[in-house]
Design a protein around this ligand. Structure first.
Ligand code: ZN
Length: 260
């Protein structure tokens, strides 16, 4: 449900809710505001100047708004870095799932969602391969990822990983930043939305001195989506729904980051 006051949309949409409608009607009545609910478009129109309510805006306005919404990230360049790849599988789950597959799947879903919102997406890799070469050292491989990000002059760098621990009871979601203000803000936004949507324990947005965070020129975060070493979270990371929820949450966090 969208709410429009004096011809302007409120930035957030709410789930259609009868109680909210009644409350809005009561408030409008008390303040002598005009109010009208367009059920078909799930739109509440409030007019603070005229309690008799002018006609509904044309569908044209609504189309423009939808176009606007699809272009919220226009002009933004986002570099996505699916962790590991090729000769480096990353961590392995108890049933044999592989981190590099999960990170790539989530990143590809995220790419699609960000592009739908108008962003230009640069991938450090978009297939099961190394970014440098199979012979490269770990440092050379990470350096190649940083180089892709810096050369693309991206606004954001987002590295996606799965956490792992020797004990299979370790669980939860963590987002790392390198301490600069914008990265802390992005990490906090994504961490909150991600843990909530996945239903995982939030281990918080934390500082870390990872190579890819240290040497990238832009706002940078590294997300440990969940623990592949935990049997429950391994399933989440390898399932279609779990991956899509992760991508959706990261996308929502990015939209929120650029909103203010
Ligand atoms: Zn990793």
């Amino acid at each position: 449900m969208r709410i429009m006051i004096d011809g302007r949309y409120l930035p957030d949409s709410a789930r259609v809710n009868r109680d909210l409608l009644i409350t809005l009607r009561n408030i409008a009545k008390a303040l002598k505001f005009g109010i009208r609910y367009d059920a078909q478009r799930e739109l509440v129109l409030i007019n603070t100047k005229d309690s008799s309510m002018p006609p509904l805006p044309s569908d044209n306005t609504s189309d423009e708004r939808i176009e606007d919404e699809n272009a919220r990230l226009t002009g933004k360049v986002i570099c996505l870095d699916p962790g590991h790849g090729g000769s480096d599988p990353g961590a392995l789950g108890p049933t044999g799932t592989i981190e590099k597959d999960n990170t790539l799947a989530i990143a590809m879903l995220l790419k699609e969602k960000l592009e739908k919102s108008g962003a230009t997406v640069v991938m450090t890799r978009d297939s099961d391969t190394e970014v440098a070469s199979a012979e490269a050292t770990d440092q050379e491989e990470l350096s190649a990822r940083v180089e892709v990000a810096n050369q693309s002059e991206a606004d954001l760098f987002i590295s996606i990983h799965n956490d792992a621990f020797t004990s299979n009871t370790a669980a939860g979601t963590t987002t790392f930043h390198y301490g600069d203000k914008s990265s802390v803000k992005l990490a906090n936004l994504i961490q909150q939305i991600l843990a909530e949507k996945l239903g995982t324990k939030s281990r918080g947005a934390r500082f870390a001195s990872f190579y890819v965070l240290r040497y990238t020129d832009m706002t940078s975060i590294l997300i440990e989506v969940a623990f592949i070493s935990n049997t429950v979270e391994e399933m989440l990371l390898s399932s279609v729904d779990g991956r899509d929820n992760a991508a959706e949450s990261i996308c929502d966090g990015i939209l929120k980051y650029f909103k203010v």
